[in-house]
Design a protein around this ligand. Sequence first.
Ligand code: PLP
Length: 386
Amino acid sequence: MSYQFPTYARWNVTVKEAKGSWVIDEHNQKYLDFVSGIAVCNLGHADEDVLTSIQEQLGKYWHMSNLFQQPIQEEVAKKLVESSDGDAVFFCNSGAEANEAAIKLARKFTGKTKIVTFYQSFHGRTFATMSATGQEKIQQGFGPLLETFEYLPYNDVQQLDHLQDDVAAIMLEVVQGEGGVVPATEDFISKVKETCEKLGALLIIDEVQTGIGRTGKPFAYQHYNLSPDIITSAKGLGSGLPVGAMIGKKHLVETFGPGSHGSTFGGNPISMAAAKATLAKIFEEEFLKEVEKKSHYFIEKLNNVIGTHFLVEEVRGKGLLLGISCKEEIGEIIQQLREEQLLTLPAGPNVIRLLPPLTVTYEEMDVAIEKINQVFSKQKQSVLSE
Ligand SMILES: *Cc1c(COP(=O)(O)O)cnc(C)c1O
């Protein structure tokens, strides 16, 4: 019996404590956490520097509103601008809000209404971002949706040719996260960029899941030859404190003048303190290089161990946003992995998504691979015994 709406199919796990890559439940069962709060706790659980930063800010004040000057917002904004192609930041509280801001800004700046997004994308649960999300199951029962979104197939270069100059913006993830851990191809990204230039449309990159070092760069678009007009961030930005950010280029700044948009909690100083400490660590070159190295190690070892398993289609992703794409539904496997004390999550019906903290050790990756191997070996037996 719960006093909450049953919007989540929760696991039967109650966490007592979490530290680094590990969580301990109420029965002292210890799990290796390759979910990281859904790509949020990129520094692992309870990072000391984030904790200290939050505590220091709590000792000063924890809410003031955006009526006041807030130097800590400026510090975080500066760091985001210096590590991206953007020039100015708008702070909010979530990924959906960051995308909502991007959609509003794109409409107001261009004076056009149509936004192009892609099938299997995920952009959030508010009306605009649910409408932007190219998945029927997310939208079912909530219509009529915002009508000005057009969906195209992801990684399909040809379809972009049919767009007209009534497009305000093209919005996409460079690795579709919820939609199955699908990286964009180089060709597709070049074509998206070219199309935006041709049509006078803005390019919005949704980095809510892929950003903040998750793929081994500050933002995943930096793997491509790309300079987006707008970048949205959230999830990993505050290491678990709620914060979102929309980062935009200089030419857009005047469009969001005083009174045009806002958020009471946006840029809350406690979230800013968390973001400041998070970015100070993750946006270091050495740290990001290490993420790339871990990624190569993990992908190679995963491929060696389960690459030829009859269920496995491919191991894919970027950095430490990885997916094991399978030929059958994987709900059962995720549950079995959990029983082996490895926490993972699905991305669509057939993909096991692995989101270890970026601070994961090589030993921990080995432990995970061992558990994955165990569970996949069992699949073989149970199918053969049928
Ligand atoms: C999680 C996610 C969102 C939504 O973020 P919320 O903070 O849940 O609103 C939007 N876009 C992408 C790519 C995401 O992964």
